[in-house]
Design a protein. Structure first.
Lengths: 444, 488
């Protein structure tokens, strides 16, 4: 019999989705409700005694001394860890082309990207290399690759799953979540990982629900909001049609369809790139070449050690964001950028609060396009950033969202629909997703 | 400097004091704050800033700063947030220091500083906020710089005063008051030499009568109370000298050179910081409820001035003694501990303890550059020693000789006196025999005494005391010598 580890290694040779596949038997499952579920871990999450590279040259030889809370909770519940997955460096990117260890290929079309930043995890789940793959979502880094690879991508409420052990990109946005082929696996994994953690002050104390029961919940009484700002120009016709079909399914199931408006959505990308780069510029300051990670050789002075280690250790997108973030926090610019963006962040949150007074969930496309070609957007950062136009606002507001496969486009590429609910209403996400999901299985 | 020139200008001084909190663990992780552990042995992934780690707030830090805020009449914010102060330095693992910026937890308070003449001056406190300490860079290992991160993450509070001080004496008095508060509140050991209390001074001068403040400079590297005073004086003189010679004071950071007694500018490169403060997203706002403040007020210990007054009223101590003994809380604690060990608590004995502490004990402390806590003298032993003098078991002279031996001693004074047979001889028969022997051994002086040289009385007492190894009860000895001489 071929072991799960061997299968993962074979898949990895095709798609470069793993940075490390563990030796057979390195992890054997404890008894528990996950019952040996195979789990791939995005290499931005700490696993004790395993390498933690964050897709960066800077941490090429770094081994974590401890495990992330979410990882430890999965282990204690009976998960088997298969390996660490490839990703955009420090989770910055939307195509997985920013990995220092090579791009990940989309199993539906190897000339296309799997999305990012959790592209490796998306492919691991899509191909069945692991039943569950952990990802992180700061602006769409789970939902966008889930849409591109035909998987279920869950971004829970901010604070629902502990961030302890998640290498920070933008602390007030970063959210741990999952990729899976089925909603059932996503629900049970959330039950295991969710809940407050003394190691993370921003975790919520809200009760953890039995999300798998949500899959049996009657949805007839739920109201589906259709935000007009998410159906403007630039959406591929196949995607528009597929989402419209999903809307009809809800209508047929007895849901009320409500047109709603999130008027500040258009500022989302700007707010996102100001606030996340600001936080990133500070979060990545610890990678200084002094205590661990890359230290440039032959540096004569302290300043040279800093400059060279960081210049050699970081890729271009990471440098770009550190510079952007440093700029927006600089004295003289702070009020015009950071402070202003914080104010707009509150307005965007209020948009959601108002919308959820009128409906229980929002239905939107996850992305305006299906998976694009490798190399298509690498020279145009702004075009790349716009890929997250439908996903960033959920992170800005902290609300939970899920991307689910709802079919294939004319090129045979997966289409994702996004559902968004109010804080801590993940149960409704699962209940509604169940109604419209088309489970996809790519053959290897 | 010419006193007329000095008188022409008015100095304006504000102090920024950092106090290291006496919490058992660090501000944001569970590592021990113990001082003097082997380098980097008190560290963990959190204070080493490993990827993925997050700060966990030590609740005692909030408790301690709230105590300080209440004790110094501050407004306490119901909701205050932490901020990140970003800069690169090898002893700052995260590349930022968690501090507070726009919303310090305490603000707008005041303390009364006691001036040398005995009157009080109210000094405003602008703000008190929480932050974490950095590690230590050690430069004296050849070409390499070594980093010890044991101190990284140790909780600090920063107390910023208003520019209310007008002389180095006022600065000294304010700092004394701050030290007294933090030590009495039990939140800091107040040791400037070891760096648990640190002070920077903002100094400017203006021509007397001017409305506006002059340009200020910040003076750093003040590692003792004395240096704070000297550095302020040196900087005042430097600024006046500059202005008098037609120059202008620049906004810069000065270092105090204690050997030369002068201040000189720090390299300007290190000043060009833009700290890029922004709210710390990893920590929740700190909320202080009215109920919490009530609890804090209730648990406030007796502060120095109250204790000093109590020493005067309850123990009949002179104000001078009460002042000296209560400056250092540990000394005042020792004093009270010793009193509680006295069998008979008369004001004479209490004053006697005070005399020993202010005299011999403080001399030993300064000679050995140590503190009463680490001296190794038991309060009970001092009380016993004084009781032995009081009940005439030993003389005051023997007691003074014995005191240094009690330091670090497991044996009580009673045991030492018994073991060595140091008890005074009050047996009249024994004394009389000794006196007779002295007289018999000194026939010449006896003859002189009889012929009128009565000042030889002391000679006979001294000789007898010497023969008895100093153990004779002096009062009784005097009487017996007198009697024996009269019999002649």
């Amino acid at each position: 019999m071929v072991s799960a580890f061997e299968t993962a290694r074979t898949i990895n040779t095709k798609y470069n989705c793993f940075l490390e596949v563990f030796e057979d038997g390195r992890y054997s499952p404890l008894p528990g409700k996950l019952n040996g579920m195979t789990v791939a871990i995005k290499d931005v999450l700490a696993l004790k005694d395993a390498r933690l590279t964050c897709g960066s040259k800077f941490l090429e030889n770094f081994t974590s001394l401890y495990s992330a809370t979410c990882v430890e909770r999965l282990r204690l519940a009976g998960a088997v860890f298969i390996g660490k997955t490839n990703m955009d460096e420090f989770a910055m990117g939307s195509s997985n082309e920013n990995s220092a260890y090579g791009a990940v290929l989309n199993p539906y079309d190897v000339t296309r990207v799997p999305g990012g930043s959790s592209g490796g995890s998306a492919v691991a789940a899509a191909t069945g290399a692991a039943r569950l793959a952990l990802g992180t979502d700061t602006g769409g880094s789970i939902r966008q690759p889930a849409a591109f690879t035909g998987t279920v991508g869950l971004k829970p409420t901010y604070g629902r799953i502990s961030r302890y052990g998640l290498t920070a990109f933008a602390s007030s946005f970063d959210t741990v979540g999952t990729f899976s082929r089925t909603l059932e696996d996503a629900a049970i994994a959330l039950e295991v990982m969710a809940g407050s953690d003394p190691h993370d002050a921003t975790t919520a104390t809200a009760a953890v629900e039995e999300y798998s029961l949500g899959l049996k919940k009657d949805i007839a009484t739920l109201r589906i909001g259709i935000p007009k700002e998410y159906f403007g120009e630039g959406i591929e016709p196949d995607i528009r049609e597929a989402v419209e079909a999903a809307r009809k399914k809800f209508e047929n199931a007895g849901c009320t369809i409500v047109p709603v408006s999130l008027p500040h959505s258009k500022y989302g990308i700007a707010v996102y790139y100001i606030l996340t780069t600001a936080e990133a510029s500070s979060n990545l300051a610890r990678f200084d070449g002094i205590r661990y990670g890359k230290r440039s050789k032959d540096s004569e002075t302290l300043l040279e050690t800093y400059v060279r280690s960081r210049s050699e250790g970081f890729g271009p997108e990471v440098k770009r964001r550190i510079m952007l973030g440093t700029y927006v926090l600089s004295s003289g610019y702070y009020d015009a950028y950071y402070k202003r963006a914080q104010k707009v962040r509150r307005l965007i949150k209020e948009d959601f609060t108002k919308a959820f007074a009128e409906c229980d969930a929002l239905l939107t496309p996850t992305t305006p396009t299906t998976a694009f070609k490798l190399g298509d957007k690498v020279t145009d950062p702004l075009a790349m950033y716009l890929n997250d136009i439908f996903t960033v606002n959920a992170n800005i507001a902290g609300v939970p969202a899920i991307s689910i496969p709802i079919g294939l486009d004319r090129n045979g590429l997966p289409i994702g629909a996004q559902l968004i609910t109010n804080d801590f209403e993940e149960t409704n996400l699962f209940a509604l997703a169940k109604e419209v999901i088309t489970e996809l299985r790519i053959e290897n | 400097m010419n006193p007329e020139l000095l008188a022409k200008y008015e100095p304006v001084i504000g102090l920024e004091v950092h106090a290291q909190m006496l919490t058992k663990s660090k501000a944001f992780c569970t590592c021990s704050t113990e001082f003097g552990a082997p380098p980097n042995s008190r560290t963990c992934p959190i204070c080493l800033a490993h990827p993925g780690t997050l700060p966990m707030l030590n609740e005692n830090l909030v408790r301690y700063i709230a105590r300080m805020g209440v004790a110094t009449n501050c407004q306490i914010r119901e909701r205050s947030i932490f901020a990140r102060k970003n800069y690169f330095y090898p002893d700052l693992p995260k590349g930022y220091q968690i501090s507070q910026y726009e919303t310090p937890i305490c603000h707008d308070g005041w303390v009364e500083a006691e001036l040398p003449a005995g009157d009080f001056k109210r000094i405003g406190i602008t703000r008190i906020h929480m932050e974490e300490d950095s590690g230590k860079s050690i430069h004296d290992f050849g070409v390499d710089t070594l980093v010890d991160l044991n101190r990284a993450g140790v909780p600090l509070i920063e107390i910023v005063s208003e520019p209310d001080m007008r002389s180095s004496d006022e600065g000294y008095a304010y700092l004394t008051a701050i030290k007294s508060f933090v030590t009495y509140l039990g939140i800091c050991d107040g040791n400037m030499e070891e760096g648990s209390l640190r002070c920077d001074a903002n100094v400017s001068v203006r021509v007397r009568g001017a409305d506006k403040f002059g340009q200020k400079t910040e003076v750093k590297n003040l590692n003792s109370f004395r240096n704070v005073k000297l550095a302020i004086e040196a900087e005042i003189e430097r600024q006046i000298g500059l202005l008098e010679s037609g120059g202008t004071v620049k906004h810069e950071t000065m270092l105090f050179d204690a050997n030369k007694g002068i201040t000189r500018p720090m390299r300007t490169k290190e000043e060009a910081h833009d700290y890029r403060y922004f709210p710390e997203p990893d920590l929740l706002p700190v909320t202080i409820t009215a109920k919490y403040l009530e609890e804090i007020s209730k648990e406030l210990p007796e502060l120095q001035r109250v204790r000093r007054d109590r020493f005067i009223n309850d123990f009949g101590l002179p104000k001078y003694d009460a002042d000296v003994l209560t400056v250092d809380k540990a000394m005042a604690d020792f004093f009270e501990d010793a009193i509680s060990n006295l069998g008979l608590k008369s004001n004479d004995l209490i004053k006697s303890i005070s005399n020993y502490l202010m005299g011999d004990v403080m001399r030993i402390l300064s000679e050995n550059k140590t503190t009463i806590q680490s001296l190794g003298l038991e309060p009970k032993h001092l009380a016993d020693l004084i009781s032995l003098v009081a009940d005439k078991t030993i003389s005051n002279k023997i007691a003074k000789d014995l005191l240094p031996e009690l330091i670090g001693s497991k044996l009580s004074p009673n045991e030492i006196v018994a073991q060595r047979g140091m008890a005074q001889v009050s047996d009249e028969g024994a004394l009389r025999d000794a006196v007779k022997a002295t007289l018999a051994n000194n026939p010449d002086n006896v003859a002189k005494y009889k012929s009128g040289k009565t000042n030889l009385f002391g000679f006979f007492v001294g000789q007898t005391m010497k023969a008895m190894n100093g153990k004779a009860n002096p009062t009784l000895l005097n009487e017996v010598v007198k009697e024996e001489l009269e019999k002649l």
